[in-house]
Design a binder for this molecule. Sequence first.
Ligand code: ANZ
Ligand code: ZN
Length: 833
Amino acid sequence: MKPRVKQTERYDFRTVENRWRPIWEAMDLYAAGNDPGKPDRYILDFFPYPSGDGLSVGHCRNYVPTCVDARFYRMRGYNVLHPMGWDAFGLPAENYAIEHGIHPSESSRRFSDTYRRQMKLVECSYDWSREFSSTDPDYYRWTQWFFLLLFRRGLAYQAFGQQWWCPHCQTILANEQVENGRCWRCDSPVTRKSLKQWFFRITDYADRLLADLDLVEWPERIKAMQRNWIGRSEGTEVVFSIEVDGESHTIPVFTTRPDTLLGVTFLALAPEHPLITDITNADQADEVRDYVSASQRLTEIDRMTADKEKTGVFTGAYAIHPLSGEGIPIWVADYVLPSYGSGAVMGVPAHDERDHAFAQRYGLPIKEVLIPSPDESEDGEKGCFTGKGMMVNSGSYTGLDSTTGAEKITADLEADGQGHATVNYRMRDWLISRQRYWGAPIPIIHCERCGVVPVPEEDLPVRLPEVGDDGQPVDFRPAGDGRSPLARVGWWLNVPCPQCGGPAQRETDTMDGFACSSWYFLRFASPHETDRPFDPDAVARWLPVDAYVGGAEHAVGHLMYSRFWTKVMADAGLIHFTEPFTQLRNQGMVLSPVDGKKMSKSKGNVITPDEVVAEHGTDALRAYLLFLGPFDAEVIWDDRGIVGVNRFLERFWKLAQDVAVQFESPGSTNVEFERVRHQTIRRVTHDMEQFRFNTAVAALMEYVNYLVRSRDAAIPGQQWRTAVETVTLLLAPIAPFITEEVWHEVLGGTDSVHRQSWPVFDESLAADEVVTIVVQVNGKLRDRMEVTSDITDDELRRIALSQPAVQAAIDGSVVENVVVVPGRLVNVVTGAQ
Ligand code: ANZ
Ligand code: ZN
């Protein structure tokens, strides 16, 4: 077929993009394949939280590579599921709504409309027929259903929990609304408020969450962060006792070093410890109360900082040491965290640095009970040996090594009922209650008679009310008393108990957005199911997710919660796998050229895909984002770089048209020309498989340059056509528009280029030409070797010298020179022995 384009017409991306967008849309090009004869691949981006700022080119660094991967696998004959949806509950939408006087559902809709429009602009190949939002009642109905599943399995419970509280705004604040101990809105210091909250018992799964990390192909860094967050620590619970006014109490402490028990010279309680008021002496009461309330204003991060001064206050009370029976002074100190172990520490100043600093400040005794073993060098500061060693000053334990002593002490405590070996986790249960409007309501009813009653499944979803008791749009601003705004909506709140029919009230807390994003990947397999959360056959077919791609900032939160829900669902027999994401990849950040920082609207340093596409076109944006650097490396956006990428696309365009006129010309096959083609297919294929998109683009640039250089060589027309077809197909996932245009207008193709098969390479045709090299030592033939013709002289020298026959001939002499005659011979010249 004759080319329809005029010679050397410039590539006009606007016309070409406008031409293909509607055609592709009508073709439903990105619908998840359903061919039972093909393998399946599920490629998923992290569930985005659309913000009012829209997408930057930084976000596109996530969405373009996954789109290329999806296109690559479609061409390789896979059914590909590549969906998109919105994680849309939460504060940003609520705040925008308050600011603009609209309903949060309207702000969420505006935000996701912008994201969708931009993703389409970049031609991300999502199957849009599967789109949903976590705020759709059809979706959160099942989020609520999963809540009830967890509830029935004893994994959802209520307990008192500490929340940040702004006394000025009279509202609960989420962690991210507390900045340096102050309210983000009014800047007044925040305090803590204890409220009854809902938790998910993720700690029950701690060991499995840890062990199963071995099953997944994730970046080691992320696995390490998860292990650290779970923070499994083996140790001993030691029980100290105390008698106050004839009443006895126990103070358990968690220690990883029971071998230091006889070096304890004080106990330290977290300021939140429940026993403080009971045990504090009357004369110390004022001082203790002041200290406790001051410490409530510090964040946990501040309190844990190693170089923060260790402060505390004496309670006036003494506990009984379980082994020695001595009286041990009890202090309150804010370096002890309430939520770790039992919220109390046994202070061993001689062997723990924090305890050491504390004891020095308050003049507490320092009792050495360990010395370094003779074969170990001392570590830690002088006067504080923190390593393991040999026990001293420890009665019958003296002379034992730390490990044996720790075991023995633990066994002796256990025999006396004063302690036991235990495992402690840094991870806490997951607090999911939010006292906010814009979230999925927790499907629970509180009955005066029956207590906590789950909403019957057939009554789901529990919808968010849109009008208040006055018939006006519901007031969703924070209530001021710490309760959710939902508590103000009487008609919604007051319901008959599903069990006894008596008066009851709905739970007014909504769920943490992380609950909504803990199962969305299942929903995409069958997003339109109405009578169940997902179709088990569809889930069995698509999941687990083959490639999951998103930012490293979710290393623990979302990725831990989803793993937990997946395990619960597997335990409930709903799914057949225990890990949701087989392979995880984190893209690197794109930093702004303005200030070298992460792009954000508030810093005014954002580059949007809209402006880049308007100036350079979608293909150039995509190719440049891939070419910028390795997929997982942090890179700085550079406007000059995109110009270079554009030149490459132009060169490809011009080449295709120029050679098209000679597609019919006869001639015999050029072997070298064919070899370079196969080599290019091999490189690009391997690079794509490894997410090495930058080198894939580089390989295509090199190939196009090679073809341009070969313009005047005697290449038959059929070979030219095949070469142009090969570049077009290899480039199609990266630059979908220009390749579609060339496919139709130059190559005369039908259907879409995006429905063609990925080119295959032949390993033997891709192999470099092999030549035989003669190796001499001092002019005498010693060996022959087969090498590829493109080998460098240095490489040839190295290989020649490493041959056993050559080594034998050199026989320890000094090599003075190695002469290379490329393609023929290597001669090793030695000096005297
Ligand atoms: C006495 C001791 C002596 C300790 C010694 C260490 C060295 P990991 O390894 O992270 O689990 N600890 C226990 N509960 C704490 C809390 N609520 N807040 C702050 N610190 C707490 O740490 C365990 C160690 O952290 C425990 O072992 C305890 O100090 C401290 F030479 O007990 B150790
Ligand atoms: Zn009842």
